[in-house]
Write a new protein. Structure first.
Ligand code: HEM
Length: 421
């Protein structure tokens, strides 16, 4: 049996599903087929679309006349856009293959209209913070934006799972400097040294994933989707594909036109202590708890020796002595040698906090979260309760993704993410 559709929350059920496999060019499968718009029909979706075929065998090119369309209303919750898009995709496939269905096309069109209307009504005022942004920003102008991003991120992570870390960090470094406006993606020119060339950004990775998404979207809907939105969506999907929480973000960010190396001074240095981190994140409107939750992104990825060797020159009482030996060994291979933040550096989980409890934090700025009485209880809570961490993390990420966003004429949609138009 073949299953096409979204893998949201359903990897355990359909590990063989390739996200985005379902598109207009998908050849008709020869086997029995089930198409699931949201395959697990989790609580996350307002609608679960299920298409099944009662013929036992479908041959390529044949006309199928026994499809049934089951639309099941599950919950009216926060992620319906994707579902609507998948309904569109499924209908597109069916129509493009001239499949005759039990339900008339008219009846289906009515269903879709009803759901589109429901969607528009229900999503109207979901995000008060950034007025022009909303979940359905590209619904009409670029309806496949979500599956395109998910598909490309999924494929990139299948090739190199460690890129999840790169994308999440890139989004953070974008948002903390000049807001989430894609300024991190701009290349330096002879007249301007851009953010990406600052010391703090030299080890960022995953630019090629953003480029691939942009290229595909420029083919499908030229000049519509901003690089800032692409980066926010890619980071969100990277978290999910690494095993983290699923969440949606409002779209509609415009790209900025300023990217200067000196602005990166606002990025947190790895030797900051908890008080300094609370202050710095507070300047962006985050509480101490949100700062600790966001730091949990260090459940993914690695740090280079140059980022933590300051801890190895003298005895550090907050550092476990055995772990100090591990860090020293890493550093014996040079400044660029990589140390994973926790034992499962490609998996989004709460191991990072458990490492902090064992004094196995890599950076000063990691271990200080456990060393400081101001944040220790939060670390303990996340170490014990992964669900709590996931919930706080996703909320803090949505908040971060709205930092100083540029809207309307305050920004542009870059043609090429590397350059201002
Ligand atoms: C709390 C203050 C933070 C400090 C001081 C900090 C600092 C650092 C440093 C020094 C590295 C290693 C860079 C290298 O050696 O190449 C790193 C890696 C990373 N940071 Fe942070 N970070 C902070 C918060 C965050 C936040 C809020 C996020 C995302 C929401 C984040 C995501 C990441 C990720 C995913 C990596 C791994 C990157 C990779 O493997 O390529 N960090 N961070």
């Amino acid at each position: 049996m073949l299953v096409y559709g979204s893998t949201f929350g359903a990897r355990e059920h359909y590990p063989h599903v390739t996200l985005g496999a379902l598109d207009a060019s998908t050849p008709l499968p020869k086997q029995d087929v089930e198409i699931h718009a949201s395959s697990s029909c989790l609580q996350l979706y307002s609608v679960c679309l299920e298409l099944s075929n009662s013929d036992s065998t479908v041959t390529e090119g044949s006309s199928i006349n026994a499809w049934t369309l089951k639309l099941q209303i599950k919950f009216i919750n926060q992620f319906p856009t994707t579902t609507i898009i998948y309904i569109g995709v499924v209908l597109g496939v069916m129509l493009s293959k001239s499949i005759s269905v039990k339900l008339s096309k008219m009846a289906m069109a009515n269903w879709v209209t009803v759901f589109l209307l429901m969607e528009v009504v229900l999503s109207g005022s979901r995000f008060g913070g950034a007025d022009g942004l909303n979940m359905n920003y590209y619904l009409m102008s670029c309806p496949f934006v979500e599956p395109v991003v998910k598909n490309i991120v999924n494929r990139a992570l299948q090739d190199d799972p460690s890129l999840a870390a790169g994308l999440v960090r890139m989004h953070f470094h974008d948002c903390f400097v000049e807001g989430c406006d894609g300024s991190i993606l701009i290349d330096s020119t002879k007249d301007n040294t851009a953010e990406k060339d600052s010391l703090a950004n030299l080890s960022l990775r995953g630019y090629e994933v953003i480029d691939e998404i942009k290229e595909e979207l420029e083919t499908q809907c030229p000049g519509v989707v901003s690089c800032a939105d692409i980066l926010s969506m890619a980071a969100r999907d990277a978290v999910f594909f690494a095993g983290g929480p699923v969440y949606d973000i409002p779209k509609g960010r415009k790209d900025g036109t300023r990217s200067k190396i000196e602005d990166t001074i606002n990025l947190p240095a790895p030797f900051l202590n908890a008080t300094e981190l609370i202050k710095l994140f507070g300047q962006h409107g985050f509480s101490a708890q949100e700062m600790v939750a966001l730091s949990g992104a260090h459940t993914l990825g690695v740090a280079r020796c140059s980022s933590f060797k300051n801890r190895l020159t003298q005895v550090d009482p907050t550092l476990d002595s055995e772990f100090a030996k591990t860090l020293r060994k890493t550093c014996s291979a040079g400044d660029t040698a990589a140390q994973p933040f926790d034992a499962t550096s490609d998996d989004f989980d709460n191991d990072y906090y458990n490492a902090l409890v064992r004094k196995n934090g890599v950076l000063t700025s990691d271990q200080t979260l456990y060393a400081s009485p101001r944040t220790r209880n939060i670390v303990n809570a996340y170490a014990l309760n992964q669900a709590m961490f996931f919930l706080d993390f996703q909320q803090a990420m949505v908040k971060m993704s709205l930092l100083d966003v540029k809207q309307g004429s305050k920004g542009e949609v870059r043609e090429n993410c590397h350059k201002i138009n």
